[in-house]
Design a protein around this ligand. Structure first.
Ligand SMILES: *Cc1c(COP(=O)(O)O)cnc(C)c1O
Length: 393
């Protein structure tokens, strides 16, 4: 079984590039160039130096002693929460902006829902001195004021999307329209392993630094490069793709993906894409998504904005379909409880997205000598209002 993208841009039957004719030149330019650019020594040198000195990599692989004692197994946390800007997303925006520069682009566009990807993009643009326009649904702008202000502070222009439900998918439509109208000087930074080929593969390669580090760090801790399990949460799936990447072909390493069940898989307020999804096209690729019988996208729900997405990257649809990865659906309540527990046991306030990965410890029995690596995708400062609103801690 092959888990990498094939030369047509597919993972098994998922992926591809389902885009309007007018976008073909833009996407084709990327397909033609992304691997070549990423292989250049000069590119690798600049990317690695920024990851080290600007982002703060390598992030620690931390043996969580008290958490391990509680679950009677060996739990390691990959500390993506310690990255500059507080999550893994910056690995990708730095990578893509270096590609954009080498393609001669002067202008960067992005879409954002909760604003996390918008902030990571605005950060990279400020660093490189490039113009940055972030499309965001009018409703999301209202809901996510702190991130809107962060983007503005970093010098980005935030443009409201005022059509439809005025949320993420409408912002995506606006960004695509912009890209069609500005094919020469503009690069569109997509924030997860979603979108038309080559985005899922390009983003996975930038995030693959996570599993590259896990291998040598685990060797230092345990004398082996391969854990028994790697667990990560999945919204679109970029932190999971990065945490899985260098283990995809290691049969002894079991991969676990954790998606957001919201109020529960059968509640109608959920983002449990593999549990409920069917095949279709979203955001330019064939994958699993939550849709009605006539193909209307179902509005997702999750306590964590980063997992509040009705689809899943094509690589994960393939990992699910081929059973290479095991998928868990974690409710808002369970994620919240696991987040609070990490605060108390380890002194780490996790992002609520990452708390979905932590919650797998309550759903699956691990053996005392199992090595379980959990990707802690981000820190919880951004979720403080949600923690406060729930209370009870
Ligand atoms: C955005 C985000 C996610 C979800 O995105 P993926 O592409 O699925 O990784 C997960 N965790 C955090 C902290 C995020 O900010």
């Amino acid at each position: 079984m092959n888990y990498s993208v094939d030369d047509k841009g597919y993972y098994g039957k998922f992926g591809g590039a389902y885009i309007p004719e007018m976008l073909h030149p833009n996407v084709e330019e990327l397909v033609e160039n992304y691997l070549k650019i990423m292989a250049e020594p000069d590119f690798q040198e600049e990317f690695r130096a920024l990851l080290k000195d600007y982002v703060g990599r390598p992030t620690p692989l931390y043996f969580a002693k008290r958490l391990s004692e509680k679950y009677n197994t060996k739990v390691y946390l990959k500390r993506e929460d310690l990255n500059h800007t507080g999550a893994h997303k910056v690995n990708n925006t730095i990578g893509q902006i270096l590609v954009a520069k080498r393609l001669g682009k002067k202008r960067i566009i992005a879409e954002t829902g909760a604003g996390q990807h918008g902030v990571a993009t605005a950060t990279a643009c400020a660093l490189m001195g490039l113009q940055c326009i972030v499309y965001m649904g009018e409703v999301d702008i209202e809901r996510q004021k702190p991130n809107v202000e962060r983007m503005k502070l970093l010098g980005a222009e935030v443009r409201p999307a005022t059509s439809g439900s005025k949320t993420l998918k409408d912002a995506t439509n606006e960004a695509i329209r912009d890209w069609i109208n500005n094919p020469v000087d503009t690069h569109y930074i997509i924030g997860s392993v979603v979108g038309p080929h080559p985005y899922p593969d390009m983003v996975a390669r930038f995030q693959a630094v996570i599993s590259e580090e896990i291998r040598w760090q685990l060797k230092e801790h345990e004398g082996t490069e391969e854990p028994d399990y790697v667990i990560a949460c999945v919204g679109g799936g970029s932190n999971a793709a990065g945490a899985f990447y260098h283990f995809l072909d290691s049969e002894n390493v079991k991969l676990i993906a954790s998606e957001a069940a919201g109020f529960g898989v059968d509640s109608g307020k959920t983002a449990a894409t593999t549990a409920l999804g069917t095949e279709g096209v979203i955001h330019g690729s064939r994958t699993l998504l939550m849709q009605t019988e006539d193909g209307q996208i179902v509005e997702p729900h999750s306590i964590s904005a980063g997992l509040d997405y009705p689809g899943i990257g094509p690589i994960h649809a393939h990992l699910f379909d081929s059973k290479r990865a095991e998928f868990f659906s974690i409710t808002d309540d369970d994620a919240y409880a696991s987040g609070v527990q990490l605060c108390r046991l380890e002194g780490i306030i996790p992002a609520l997205e990452s708390s979905h990965a932590l919650a797998v410890l309550d759903k699956k029995q691990f053996k005392p000598d199992d090595i379980v690596v959990i990707n802690l995708s981000g820190r919880g400062d951004k979720d403080l209002q949600t923690y406060i609103a729930r209370g009870g801690y």
